[in-house]
Ligand binder design. Structure first.
Ligand SMILES: [Zn+2]
Ligand SMILES: [Zn+2]
Length: 443
């Protein structure tokens, strides 16, 4: 079969299972589980793999899954990813009654897309025309939430990194992968369906504890050490760094005070803060992170308090691969017409962050969006309005792109891999993440 016939076959494979594939997304919507708790979702996803003829499902990390579809001919390996985890959003219409877990980021559609891509390519006639391998992975814990729970898992040795793709890389589960892609949902916009491109910032998160000394706030404040004053000075110190941030680094620092004191009659002795430090380049936000630490120490020192700073690596900045994006764009135009393609994110840094950013430092990736939802992302009203686009159209666009990459002895994939210069090797990446973990105390 020529490439056009292979593509037609793959589209029709997806169309003939459309109802079932959309059903997968809707089933997962009703079993929301946050990161590293996706036990039901993982089991359910494994069953779907089995149903579509994949018996060799490998378990990775706590809840992750991996399937390899081998064409039997040598060539590059292309990975299609789906994220297993939900958020926790009180009051979401599809929230779990007990845990308040809810799919308020649309990840339930990603698992369905991934299965759809896999089943459409798992066809002898299709595989005959391709080379190399297709890897399907269901990854845990994309959302950077429930940090305390994940720190416990880390202490117990169940995970080292708090985010799923970081853990996949560490475990070697992506060592055989050359190119990766994933499609996220985004809000409906005019008549656009598929949105290309967009970069996202990387980040570290910090939890901060100022320790002072309690004393009667009216009778003997001179005997106390006011931890809230230390935190206030530190905040001012952070804000005074802003003139040193350069536009190109897109630095965002947004601290909050989560505990400001125990009782109004007592000098605050235990004040807690949290912040993210985000930026468009790893170097940029690590430099800003140092400045934040400096300001936190200065606040404590001025008042005579002490400060404990815990820094945890978040996501790395995401850069999408242009050549891969161009292939995806052609397939998008085929599926939704030129007017259905949104290019407004190309060349822009979005306000969100994702561990697909980590992947983009290691290999060529794309992370397009399917514009199929309404409401605020991560909010109580974020729901999928158009399941057909979210699952079927999104899956087709990825499957057709896989065909472009692996047809003709994997020529296109080879070209992209050969011209890609990774920002980090796997070793350098793991070393960087490990160096970002810091627990420090200053007296
Ligand atoms: Zn999210
Ligand atoms: Zn998401």
């Amino acid at each position: 079969m020529g490439i056009e016939d292979i593509k037609k076959k793959v589209e029709s494979n997806i169309d003939s299972n459309a109802e079932d594939l959309i059903g997968i997304a809707k089933d997962i919507l009703e079993m929301p589980e946050p990161g590293y708790r996706e036990f039901k979702t993982s089991k359910y996803t494994e069953k779907q793999f089995n149903k579509y003829g994949f018996s060799n499902v490998e378990k990775v990390s706590m809840t992750g899954l991996k399937v390899v579809l081998d064409t039997g001919k040598p060539g590059p390996t292309v990975c299609v990813m789906g994220e297993l985890d939900s958020l926790v959003v009180l009051g979401h219409p599809h929230a779990d009654e007990e845990t308040n877990a809810a799919h308020a980021c649309g990840h339930h559609t990603q698992i369905a897309q991934m299965i759809a891509v896999g089943q459409s390519l798992n066809d002898p006639e299709v595989l005959k025309g391709l080379s190399g391998k297709i890897v399907l992975v269901a990854v845990p814990a994309e959302e950077n939430i429930e940090v305390e729970y994940r720190k416990t898992l880390r202490d117990e040795g169940k995970i080292e990194f708090l985010l799923g793709k970081q853990e996949f890389v560490k475990l070697g589960a992506l060592d055989d992968v050359d190119i990766a892609m994933m499609t996220h949902t985004g809000n409906q916009k005019d008549n656009k369906i598929l949105a290309l491109g967009g970069s996202s910032t990387g980040s570290v998160s910090k939890s901060i504890k100022f320790i002072g000394k309690a004393s009667h706030a009216g009778g003997a404040p001179h005997n106390g050490i006011n931890a809230l004053n230390a935190a206030n000075l530190a905040l001012a110190g952070i804000h005074f760094q802003r003139e040193t941030f350069q536009e190109k680094d897109v630095i965002r620092i947004h601290p909050i005070i989560t505990q400001g004191g125990a009782a109004v009659s007592s000098v605050p002795a235990d004040v807690r803060m949290e912040t993210y430090v985000r930026g468009s380049s790893t170097q940029g936000y690590l430099d800003a992170s140092e400045k934040v630490d400096r300001a936190l120490r200065a606040g404590a020192m001025a008042i005579g308090a002490s400060v404990e700073i815990t820094t945890i690596p978040g996501y790395l900045p995401m850069y999408q691969n242009e050549q891969l994006n161009n292939l995806y764009e052609q397939n998008s135009i085929h599926l939704v017409g030129d007017e259905g393609v949104d290019r407004s994110n190309i060349g822009r840094f979005g306000g969100f962050s994702t561990d697909m950013g980590d992947m983009s430092q290691l290999m060529p990736i794309i992370h397009p969006s399917v514009l199929s939802t309404s409401g605020d992302g991560h909010g109580i009203d974020y729901v999928v309005e158009d399941y057909h686009s979210a699952v079927i159209t999104a899956a087709k666009a990825m499957a057709l792109t896989v065909i472009d990459l692996l047809h003709d002895n994997g020529q296109k994939a080879k070209e992209i891999v050969d011209s890609f210069e990774p920002l980090l090797s796997k070793d350098a990446y793991l070393k960087l993440l490990r160096s970002m973990y810091k627990e420090e105390k200053f007296k």
